[in-house]
Structure formats: structure tokens, C-alpha cells
Design a protein around this ligand. Structure first.
Ligand SMILES: *Cc1c(COP(=O)(O)O)cnc(C)c1O
Length: 465
């Protein structure tokens, strides 16, 4: 499989190079040059596979030509071996046609483990085959960081630097990152927002010398391998609920548009997904886009769902690229406008195509607490604040009668005990394997939102070949 950049000016690469590069040279994001598809019969056959085997099947076309092509079944087997639920991603029924897809049974209790456990192994295999090493730099609004650290810790060929916005992630989220004592793990608390952290990452990637000197690599969902790993659970859930014979819909609490973009990929691969509903908190740039056709960034405001406190949904660029008929020049122009003015408008016809598949809904903190309370009263289930935003979005759409709506449970409620307590007066307990988190020693460095200081910190600590 070959991959092309959404901005049309970077060289086409194979999977291994895309995995290690993260961002393309021209500032764009890599996408496969065509979407592989499976027939209805092939999908139906996939329904008899367990999660790891289905993962190998879904991923196979994307890693064709890679050094790991022949090992993919063993790699997916290993990636999900440590998950705490036998089904890996179980479905729970909330209402006649409303299902919860629990994506919090990995080591750090959020959906990001589902792709990152795989990406950590892929890094290891590809780097060993090449005899090289990488420096991972990443920004986190809370959950990416710990999932990436768990995936990369103690790997010989990887150093990992994760920036989080100081004081804007929950105590559980911070401790999951800062209590990992591995020598190759570096946590940085930036005095700023998540978008500031993400910009620092982008600026480091834009520094050609630094990028080649340290072999910079990304684990944010700008890395194609993340999206690829996330396609699997869309297929898994759809097949469990009757696809390919029956249509399904998904609701997804969204920040960077990475998770829901993976759903779009699953649809391109031939699954009958009729709708994606995107939920946002008060940081509602996507919902406003769906209403107005204009992507307009405003200041980020903290909310009860911090992993969605984002105003730049990077992966939307991948959708635009497809929606504009893979016109890299058009996408590049829009992204330049966005960088300069914080705004761009989508062509009316293109917008219509997007609205045929996607819709959005927002929910403020009061509403989020209310939904957590309602779900708890009605079903006994405790959902986390991100999941509650998605459930709210799911309730707002009309589907053909009998169509299952699958709401993504993106995090375990114990990651956000304060928000859950404010909603229902209960503090969900951490699973047994995470008990003791609050007794461990934390280790992190505080830095200002200053590119030069961050670069110096990384340069001084990253190991060279
Ligand atoms: C990262 C995250 C999100 C947002 O996912 P995107 O891929 O950025 O859209 C939603 N919920 C939780 C719990 C997360 O960790």
C-alpha cells in the first residue's frame, strides 16, 4: 500500500515510512492512496473472528509491502493480550436501539490503548528491522499521553516526550503518565492549553534539522497507524450488531476528529454505516462547522471532558481531502488560511456531501452531569463525561426504525471521578490493576509555552543512534 499527503506536495511512502514519519513533509497527513474494500461475504466471514483476528484481517491491506506484513496476526494477538475484558471491546445495551461500545479495557482505561498498544509493537518491529531509533514527541489533552507512554515505555529504540497542559488534565490522567519511571519516558507540563502543546509539536516537526537529527515521530492521531488501529472496533461492533446485512450508526465524542475519522474509513471499506454523530463539549468548533459550513477557531475553555478541550480538529483535514476529490492543493490552501486567520469555509457542494454522513451536537457541563445521572438511574451504568456527551449526541438523530446506534464509551468513569461525583454523588473505583496509582511518585518537568526551551529540553535528553 502507498500513502499520499493531504497537501499533495510530499513524496508517496509505504506503510513503514508513514508509521515512523507521522506528519508528512508538506505539513499534511498521510492517507492510503485508495481505500481497500471487503465484499459483504468477506465481512460476514469476519463476524466469526475474535477481536485480534479481526484486527489482523482489517489491517492486512494497509501494511501490504511492510516488513511486518507476515507477522501481523501475531502482532495483533500480542497487542490485545493484556486487555482486561475477554471480548476486548464489549457491547452493552442501554436501550432498545442504543448500545454502548466499551473501549476502556486497555492498560490506561481509554480508547486510545486500542490503537497505541498496536503502534508500540509496530514501532519496535520496524525499527529493529531497520536498525534505527526514533524520538516520539506528542501533545496530550489527557488520554493520549498515558496510552502512548504505556505503549513505548522501556522500548530500546524509542525515547518519548509527552507534553500536557499544566493543571488541565485530571489527577488520574496526570498520574498515569508521571508515575511511569522508565528512563526513556519524559513528561513535560506546559503552561498553556492543549492546542499550545499541539502547536509546539507541530513546530518541532517543522524544524527540518531537528526532525532528521532526532528522527522525530508522532503518536497523535495525525499518525496514520493510529487511525488504522481504530478502524477495527468499528468493524467489530458493526459485525456484532448485524452488519453487513443490517445498517448501523455511531455516535462519537470528538476532539481531534481521529476516532470518528476511523469510522469513516470503516465505511469506505464497505461496512453499512449510515450516520456518524459527533459530540462536542463547549469547545464546539465541529458542531459550529456543521451548522455554518465555516471552521472558525475560538479560545479553548476547560470542561468536564478535558480530552475534547480542543479547537483544532487535525483529522478533519483527512476528510476534506476525500470530500474535495483528493485535491491536495485545495486542502493546502484552506489549511494556510486557517493558520493565518483561524478560519476557512468549505465549498457548499462539498459541505452537502459531508452532511450526508455526519452531524454534530454539543453539550455543556451541566448537561453532561445530567446525562450521567439519567443513564445511571435508567440502567445502573456509570458513564464518563466524554461518553455522556456522545450519548447526548446520539439521542438527537432520527434513524430508520430498528437501526442500532452505537455510542462509543471512550474512557472508564474512574478516570474522571470528580465529574462523576458531581453528577451522581459516587466516586467510581479504579480497576484493581490500577490501585496504588495515588501512592506512586510523580516525575515531570514544568516548562513555559516557549518553543526554544522545549526544543532544548528534548535535544538534551533524546538519545542518538
Ligand atoms: C481522545 C479522547 C476523545 C477524543 O478523540 P479524538 O480522536 O481526538 O476525536 C474522546 N474521549 C476520550 C475519553 C478521549 O481520550
Amino acid at each position: 500500500m502507498r500513502y499520499q499527503s493531504t497537501r499533495g506536495r510530499a513524496p508517496e511512502l509505504g506503510f513503514d515510512d508513514v508509521l515512523l514519519a507521522g506528519l508528512a513533509d508538506d505539513g499534511g497527513l498521510y492517507v492510503p492512496s485508495t481505500w481497500p474494500t471487503f465484499s459483504a461475504a468477506e465481512w460476514a466471514d469476519g463476524a466469526r473472528l475474535d477481536y485480534a483476528a479481526l484486527a489482523a484481517r482489517v489491517i492486512a491491506p494497509y501494511v501490504r509491502g511492510s516488513v511486518i506484513e507476515r507477522d501481523i496476526a501475531a502482532i495483533t494477538r500480542q497487542a490485545f493480550a493484556s486487555f482486561s475484558h475477554k471480548a476486548i471491546a464489549p457491547l452493552v445495551q442501554l436501550d432498545t436501539n442504543l448500545w454502548l461500545l466499551e473501549l476502556f479495557h486497555g492498560p490506561t482505561l481509554a480508547f486510545k490503548d486500542y490503537a497505541l498498544q498496536l503502534v508500540g509493537l509496530l514501532f519496535d518491529r520496524v525499527l529493529k528491522a531497520r536498525g534505527s531509533r526514533i524520538t516520539v514527541v506528542g501533545a496530550t489533552s489527557g488520554d493520549t499521553g498515558s496510552a502512548a507512554i504505556e505503549a513505548c515505555k522501556d522500548r530500546d529504540a524509542v525515547d518519548i516526550f509527552i507534553m500536557h497542559p499544566a493543571g488541565r488534565v485530571s489527577d488520574v490522567q496526570r498520574r498515569q503518565m508521571t508515575t511511569v519511571q522508565s528512563a526513556n519516558v519524559h513528561n513535560i507540563a506546559i503552561a498553556g492549553t492543549f492546542d499550545d502543546c499541539q502547536n509546539l509539536v507541530k513546530e518541532m516537526f517543522a524544524d527540518e534539522r531537528m526532525r532528521t537529527e532526532l528522527n522525530l515521530s508522532a503518536v497523535n492521531s495525525i499518525n496514520w497507524a493510529r487511525i488504522m488501529g481504530q478502524v477495527v472496533y468499528y468493524a467489530w461492533a458493526a459485525l456484532r450488531l448485524g452488519a453487513p446485512q443490517r445498517q448501523v450508526a455511531f455516535s462519537v465524542p470528538t476532539g481531534n476528529f481521529g476516532n470518528v475519522f476511523a469510522g469513516y474509513v470503516a465505511k469506505q471499506m464497505g461496512l453499512p454505516i449510515v450516520k456518524f454523530v459527533v459530540g462536542s463539549n463547549r469547545n464546539d468548533i465541529l458542531t459550529r462547522y456543521f451548522e455554518t459550513r465555516s471552521m472558525t477557531a475560538t479560545a479553548v475553555a476547560p470542561s468536564l471532558s478535558p480530552s475534547m478541550d480542543i479547537q483544532i480538529s487535525s483529522n478533519f483535514e483527512r476528510l476534506l481531502f476525500d470530500a474535495y476529490g483528493r485535491d491536495g492543493k485545495a486542502v493546502s490552501g484552506m489549511m494556510d488560511r486557517f493558520k493565518q486567520s483561524g478560519q476557512y469555509a468549505v465549498d457548499a457542494k462539498v459541505h452537502e456531501r459531508i452532511l450526508a454522513m455526519f452531524s454534530g451536537a454539543r453539550l455543556d457541563d451541566e448537561g453532561t452531569k445530567k446525562v450521567i445521572g439519567e443513564i445511571h438511574t435508567a440502567t445502573g451504568q456509570i458513564v464518563d463525561p466524554h461518553t455522556a456527551v456522545g450519548i447526548h449526541a446520539a439521542r438527537g438523530v432520527q434513524l430508520a426504525p430498528g437501526t442500532p446506534m452505537i455510542a462509543m464509551a471512550t474512557a472508564h468513569p474512574a478516570k474522571f471521578p470528580d465529574a462523576v461525583h458531581a453528577a451522581i454523588g459516587l466516586r467510581p473505583a479504579l480497576p484493581a490493576h490500577m490501585a496504588g496509582l495515588f501512592d506512586k511518585t510523580e516525575r515531570f518537568t514544568q516548562l513555559p509555552n516557549d518553543l526554544d526551551q522545549v526544543k532544548r529540553f528534548v535535544r538534551e535528553r533524546a538519545r542518538r543512534i
